[in-house]
Design a protein around this ligand. Structure first.
Ligand code: FAD
Length: 474
C-alpha cells in the first residue's frame, strides 16, 4: 500500500536497514571476515575509519611502500558510513571555482580542479585493474535552474570557468538543451560540467576493502576508537601502537578535538524509486548524466542501470553528535520525497521503495582540507561538505605522500595543510548551524515557489557569509 508520497517498504523505516547500495554490494560479495580488535598490536600506520578516505590512504601507502604495517580500525563495517550510502556522484570541482579562487587564487584553483578530474579517471582505472564493477558511467553533470534566483548563480559559475581558461569544462545550457537531457517541468536552463561520473558507491568501498586486504592491510571492523594517546589508538578491547595515525572519520570528526572547530555535521537523505526505465525514456533521461539544482540545500539525482532514480537532498538538520537523526529521520525522508515528486510528476505512480541518510562534514569553506595536525604524527582529511567521492582519492594520495615524506605534486595542492577560519565553539556551533540550515531551506523553498522569502529567514540564511564563511547564499 502506497502512502501519499508513494513511500513503501524500506522507505518507511529509514535507518532500520543499511543503504540499498550496501545491501546490494554485500549480497553480491560479503567479503572476508575482519573481526574486532581484541588485543594490543603494533603497526606503522593506524587509520581510524574504513570509508573511502581511510581505504584510499591505505591503498596509496601500500603503493608507496609495500612493507609498511597498516591497520584500519572501523567502528562499523568498511563502507558502512557515507562512503556506502552516498549519491555516487564522482564529480568535478569546476563548480567550486568561486571558493577555490577566493581562497587560493586562480592558478592553484585550476590545479586543484585538475587533481579532482584525474581522480575521477583514476577511480575508473583502479576498478578496471582490480575487477570491480561499480556501474561507472562518465556522462557529465548537469545543473538545472529551478528558481529565477539561480539564473545569476549559473551565469557567474560558467563565466568564472571561462575566466580561468576552463571554458570547456563548464558551459551554459538553454532550457531546451536541459529538457533534451531530462524533461522536468521544474527545470529552466542550466549548465553542463563534463567532469562527472556515476558509480555504485558501496561496490567501490567494498572493492577497495578487498584490494587493501589482498595487499596485507589489517582491518578490524566493529572496533570504535575511543581516543588517540599520541599516535596510539585506544579501543575498548585493545590498542594499536603506531608511529603515524590518520583520522579518516568524516563527520564523526565533530567529536575529535583535532577536528571539531573545522566541522559542522548536517544530514542528507536519499530516496530510491522502483525501476521505471520506460518513464526515464519518456522524459529523455537516458544519458546517465548526474543532475542537481542550484540550492545550497542541494537536491541531487541520478539514474541506475536498471532504470531507478536515486534522489538526494531535503533534511539538512545539524546536530552536536552523530546520532540516530542522521539515519532514522522520517521527516527528512518526507522532505526528500516531496522534492522528488515536485521534479518528476510523471513518476507519480512509481513507488519509492528505499530511503536512507547519513552525516555530511560541512567545512567553513565548502571545501575539504588534508594535512597534519600541528607538529604531531596525526594526519587528517575532513570537510568534504557532501562532495567526497572523487576528493577522497586525492586525500588518500596526499596523506600517503605526507606520511612517507614523498615530495609530489599532490602534497603541493592548495588544500593541503590549509587553515580555514574556524567555526565558533559549542554550543554556538551546532545551535547556529541548525537555525541557519533551516533558514536556508525555507528561503530556497520560497524562491522555488516564486514567493519572496521573509526578511528574518533571508537574514539568517545569509549569516555564514556575513561571518566570513564560504557557505550559503550571498
Ligand atoms: C546521503 C549522502 C549522500 C552523499 N552523496 C554524495 C555524492 O553523490 N557525491 C559525493 O562526492 N559525496 C557525497 N556524499 C559525501 C561522501 O559520501 C563523503 O564525503 C565520503 O564518503 C567521505 O568518505 P570518508 O571515508 O571520509 O567518510 P566515511 O565514509 O563516513 O567513513 C568514515 C568512517 O569512520 C568511521 N568512524 C567514525 N568514528 C570512528 C571511530 N571513533 N572509530 C572507528 N571508526 C570510526 C565511520 O563508521 C565511517 O565508516 C554524500 C553523503 C551522504 C551522507
Amino acid at each position: 500500500m502506497l502512502d501519499a508520497l508513494g513511500l513503501t517498504g524500506a522507505a518507511l523505516t529509514p535507518g532500520a536497514q543499511r543503504s540499498w547500495w550496501l545491501r546490494e554490494a554485500l549480497a553480491r560479495d560479503p567479503g572476508q571476515h575482519c573481526p574486532p580488535l581484541a588485543r594490543d598490536i603494533k603497526a606503522d600506520v593506524v587509520i581510524i575509519g574504513g570509508g573511502f578516505t581511510g581505504l584510499w590512504t591505505a591503498y596509496f601507502l601500500t603503493e608507496r611502500n609495500p612493507n609498511l604495517g597498516i591497520a584500519i580500525l572501523e567502528q562499523d563495517i568498511c563502507g558502512g558510513g557515507p562512503s556506502g550510502r552516498n549519491g555516487g556522484f564522482a564529480s568535478g570541482w569546476w563548480d567550486e571555482l568561486h571558493g577555490l579562487v577566493t581562497l587560493y587564487g586562480s592558478e592553484a584553483a585550476v590545479r586543484a580542479c585538475r587533481a579532482i578530474t584525474a581522480s575521477i579517471a583514476g577511480i575508473s582505472e583502479f576498478c578496471e585493474r582490480n575487477g570491480i564493477d561499480t556501474w561507472y558511467r562518465r556522462r557529465g553533470y548537469m545543473y538545472a535552474i529551478t528558481a529565477t534566483a539561480h539564473e545569476k548563480l549559473c551565469e557567474e559559475m560558467v563565466e568564472l570557468a571561462r575566466e580561468v581558461g576552463a571554458g570547456d569544462e563548464l558551459r551554459e545550457l538553454t532550457t531546451a538543451e536541459v529538457k533534451e537531457r531530462c524533461d522536468s517541468p521544474a527545470f529552466h536552463g542550466g549548465a553542463f560540467m563534463r567532469d562527472g561520473a556515476s558509480i555504485q558507491p558501496a561496490r567501490l568501498a567494498r572493492g577497495l576493502r578487498r584490494v587493501v586486504l589482498d595487499r596485507g592491510v589489517t582491518i578490524h571492523e566493529g572496533t570504535a576508537v575511543e581516543r588517540l594517546d599520541g599516535t596510539t589508538a585506544i579501543t575498548p578491547n585493545g590498542s594499536v601502537r603506531a608511529s603515524h595515525a590518520v583520522l579518516a572519520v568524516n563527520a564523526w570528526g565533530i567529536g575529535w578535538p583535532q577536528l571539531n572547530r573545522r566541522l559542522v555535521a548536517w544530514s542528507s537523505y536519499i530516496v530510491l524509486t522502483s525501476p521505471a526505465p520506460d518513464r526515464l525514456r519518456e522524459i529523455g533521461w537516458t544519458g546517465g548524466e548526474l543532475i542537481s539544482d542550484f540550492r545550497t540545500s542541494l537536491r541531487y539525482f541520478r539514474t541506475t542501470p536498471d532504470g531507478r532514480i536515486a534522489f538526494g537532498g531535503g533534511g539538512g538538520r545539524a546536530r552536536r553528535t552523530v546520532d540516530a537523526m542522521f539515519t532514522s529521520d522520517a521527516r527528512a525522508v518526507t522532505e526528500t520525497a516531496e522534492g522528488f515528486r515536485l521534479m518528476f510528476p510523471t513518476f507519480a505512480d512509481v513507488p519509492i521503495e528505499d530511503a536512507w541518510g547519513g552525516p555530511i562534514d560541512v567545512s567553513p569553506t565548502h571545501l575539504p582540507t588534508f594535512g597534519r595536525v600541528g607538529p604531531t604524527n596525526v594526519y587528517y582529511a575532513a570537510g568534504y561538505t557532501g562532495n567526497g567521492v572523487a576528493p577522497t582519492r586525492v586525500a588518500g594520495e596526499v596523506l600517503a605522500d605526507l606520511i612517507t615524506g614523498a615530495d609530489t605534486d599532490a602534497v603541493r595542492l592548495p588544500m593541503v595543510n590549509a587553515r580555514p577560519r574556524a567555526f565558533p565553539p559549542e554550543p554556538f556551533r551546532s545551535w547556529g548551524a541548525a537555525v541557519v540550515r533551516r533558514a536556508m531551506i525555507a528561503k530556497e523553498t520560497a524562491e522555488e515557489h516564486g514567493r519572496e522569502p521573509g526578511f528574518v529567514v533571508s537574514q539568517l540564511a545569509r549569516t555564514p557569509r556575513r561571518m566570513g564563511y564560504l557557505l550559503g547564499p550571498d
